[in-house]
Design a protein around this ligand. Structure first.
Ligand code: NAD
Ligand code: 0WE
Length: 264
């Protein structure tokens, strides 16, 4: 029996078979969890229901949800409540800034509107989902997980306002963990190393970042959605019952390196 048997999970953020959320769903299913999904818009609906089917899930449990819209968030939990009497796991794997924010120097690219959208979709949405999920999650040893990136704590070229939004997201994890701990809900983040997903497509110099990672990270390789999925399954299971408010790095050790000398 898997270590997530009997857990019911809602996963927000599948867009393709390369999505980090897909790696998480795959690990959850392998460990015996039941999974419901949301999709951002109609364009993504068929991909998400296909994944739900492949994982042997009831594909009925796919709901539309643009996390920028409070009504859509409320509807997801109203609909989910018709199928499930409680929720054990909520995964938030969503990040967005307008494309023009992620190119060139931060000081040139950042705008009031770009800042607002990045923080709304990438950070506030975690609190919005947590608020809406609370009635279904409290008092049952449940957990919430989000995905963050090293650009929250150190400067990464072109990541720009997304770095500020991820810093806010990581603080969001701590404030939510403090409030929701007494209500029986753990809240954690995974800081994943760079992975080629849709969100990475077309980012200037992304391939160079991946080869740098292969050379510098202690594990001498990039991480995969399987690596992240397995860590996510652990953090969202009872195996991690004492862990809350933490950011766990799943980055092959990249973040611990201060200076690198090339291998022979
Ligand atoms: P992805 O493109 O597969 O997933 C991003 C998801 O965000 C998509 O499913 C998209 O539909 C969703 N999304 C964007 N705006 C939304 C909105 N308004 N409403 C609802 N959903 C919305 O890319 P990914 O790399 O799997 O990204 C998932 C998470 O992982 C993001 O938070 C990202 O910042 C984080 N992350 C990615 C990497 C990486 O290198 N790929 C590294 C560390 C952290
Ligand atoms: O968080 C991310 C991706 C965030 C992202 C990506 C896009 C591309 C398409 C947010 N918004 C958008 N908007 C779009 O229109 N990552 C951690 C992956 C990533 O993105 C980078 C990176 C890394 C790593 C951007 C610049 C530099 C490094």
């Amino acid at each position: 029996m898997g270590f997530m048997a009997g857990k019911r999970a809602l996963i927000v953020g599948v867009a393709s078979d390369r999505s980090i959320a897909t790696g998480i769903a795959t690990a959850f299913a392998r460990e015996g969890a039941e999974i419901a999904f949301t999709y951002q818009n109609d364009k993504l609906k068929s991909r998400v229901s296909k994944l739900a089917e492949t994982l042997g899930q009831n594909s009925e449990l796919c709901f539309p949800c643009d996390v920028g819209d409070d009504n859509e968030i409320a509807t997801v939990f109203a609909e989910l409540g018709k199928h499930w009497d409680g929720l054990d796991v909520l995964v938030h794997s969503v990040g967005f800034a307008p494309r023009d924010q992620l190119d060139g120097q931060y000081v040139d690219a950042v705008t009031r509107e770009g800042f607002k959208i990045a923080h709304d979709i990438s950070s506030y949405s975690l609190a919005a989902l947590a608020k809406a999920a609370l009635p279904m999650m409290e008092g049952r040893g449940s957990s919430i997980l989000t995905l963050t990136y090293y650009g929250a704590v150190k400067v990464v070229p072109n990541y720009n306002v997304m770095g500020l939004a991820k810093a806010s997201l990581e603080a969001n994890v701590r404030f939510l963990a403090a409030d929701l701990g007494p209500r029986g809900i753990r809240v954690n983040g995974i800081s994943a190393g760079a992975i080629k997903t849709l969100a990475a497509a077309g980012i200037a110099g992304f391939r160079k970042m991946l080869t740098h990672f292969d050379k510098v990270a202690p594990l001498r390789r990039c991480v995969t959605i399987e690596d992240v999925g397995n860590a996510a399954a652990f953090l969202c299971s009872d195996l991690a019952s004492g862990i809350t408010g933490e950011i766990t790095y799943v980055d092959g050790g990249f973040n611990i390196i201060g200076m690198h000398i090339e291998d022979d």
